[in-house]
Design a protein around this ligand. Structure first.
Ligand SMILES: *Cc1c(COP(=O)(O)O)cnc(C)c1O
Length: 360
């Protein structure tokens, strides 16, 4: 087996041990003589997998009992609609922080259903920072306050959890969930697509405080109503069984690494090393305000952008894949999610230094 270091922003790398386990399990899962994709989601075997995945996630994030864990489909993008449909009534004000591409999309979708008030906007500096909370202009009676904890494209991460008072705090955590411990009790709803830090695309994680259930608008389609998932263990219709099973393996893997405290130590070390190397060089730059730099997505540009394609080709030849930045920002982006080992970051830094020596 020949594996590269995969710096893709998503779908992103999955831990080698998890892939190996899937490979072993596929033909004859759990002694059933079938793969996990071929068994009923209501079978005892699968229900055990689903329940264990939820329990492991609850252990990892210390999710309090007054929160439900839901596994809908549709990715984080469908949550851009489900959040307003479930938490607000028609014409009601909702507050959003605008810090980059993903929060912009969330705002555009919410605007179909509610009066969106943008409480703060960092476009004035090209989305390279998080406006401090004391500058935010909140509505008097918003039904919730929404933000994106980590803007995957810009590489901007909130260095704080906003204080929303009595208003439910809603967060898109697609690209930072499980990167470190989290105080769930600060939130009304947390959601995340799977394909960054959880597993393959196709399942979505929603953690919702139970008092926020059963508030969906009457016209909300059944499968867009959080309480449908809450009441059926996310099995009101056929769930993505394979993805759910892989997510469960990833949660087991994170526990085997010693839980999120230990995962966070490695993530911090990886990020510090990479930003350190960028800052120490005259050749590479990262535009993000230092205290808002993402642990998971590290964009950087070369002093000479005409060498971008050479950089990417040489990196690929050195076993470092998917470093191309998002088309909206250009340059490079190294996504260093949980599954990226520290050796991958070390290899990237060595490569960057050699490339600078040869071409800088
Ligand atoms: C990837 C991503 C999304 C979109 O996720 P889908 O699962 O493709 O819908 C939304 N928000 C953030 C922060 C992301 O990183």
């Amino acid at each position: 087996m020949s594996r590269v270091f995969n710096f893709s922003a998503g779908p992103a790398a999955i831990p080698d041990t998890v892939l190996e386990r899937i490979r072993q399990d596929i033909p004859d899962w759990n002694g059933t003589g079938m793969s996990v994709m071929e068994v009923s989601h209501r079978s005892k075997e699968f229900v055990e997998v689903a329940e264990k995945a939820e329990q492991d996630l609850r252990d990892l994030l210390a999710i309090p009992d007054d929160y439900s864990v839901l596994f809908p489909q549709g990715g984080a993008t469908l949550q851009f609609s489900m959040v307003p449909l479930n938490l607000s009534s028609k014409g009601q004000a909702v507050d959003y922080v605008r810090t980059g591409s993903w929060s912009k999309k969330a705002i555009a979708e919410a605007a179909k259903y509610c009066e969106v008030n943008v409480v703060a906007d960092s476009e004035d500096r090209n989305f390279t920072y998080v406006p401090p909370q004391d500058s935010w202009k909140r509505s008097k009676n918003a039904s919730y306050l929404h933000y994106c904890a980590n803007e995957t494209i810009g590489g901007v991460e909130f260095p704080f959890i906003p204080d929303s008072g009595d208003v439910p705090l809603v967060c898109d955590m697609s690209s930072t969930i499980l990167s470190r411990p989290l105080d769930i009790s600060r939130f009304g709803v947390i959601y995340a697509g799977a394909q960054k830090n959880i597993g393959p695309a196709g399942i979505t994680l929603v953690i919702v405080r139970k008092d926020l259930l059963k508030k969906a608008r009457k016209s909300t389609p059944t499968l867009l109503d959080y309480s449908t998932y809450d009441e059926s263990g996310s099995m009101s219709n056929t769930p993505p069984v394979f993805t759910w099973y892989v997510a469960g393996l990833v949660f087991e893997y994170l526990k085997s690494r010693g839980g999120l405290e230990s995962v966070a130590r490695t993530n911090r070390a990886k990020a510090e090393k990479l930003y350190g190397a960028i800052d120490a060089s005259e050749y590479y730059t990262n535009p993000v305000q230092a205290d808002c730099r993402s642990w998971m997505n590290v964009p950087f540009i070369l002093a000479d952008s005409s060498l971008d394609s050479k950089f990417l080709a040489d990196a690929q030849a050195a076993g470092l894949s998917n470093l191309k930045g998002h088309r909206s920002v250009g340059g490079m982006r190294a996504s260093i999610y949980n599954a990226m080992p520290e050796e991958g970051v070390d290899a990237l830094i060595r490569f960057m230094q050699e490339f600078e020596r040869a071409n800088g």
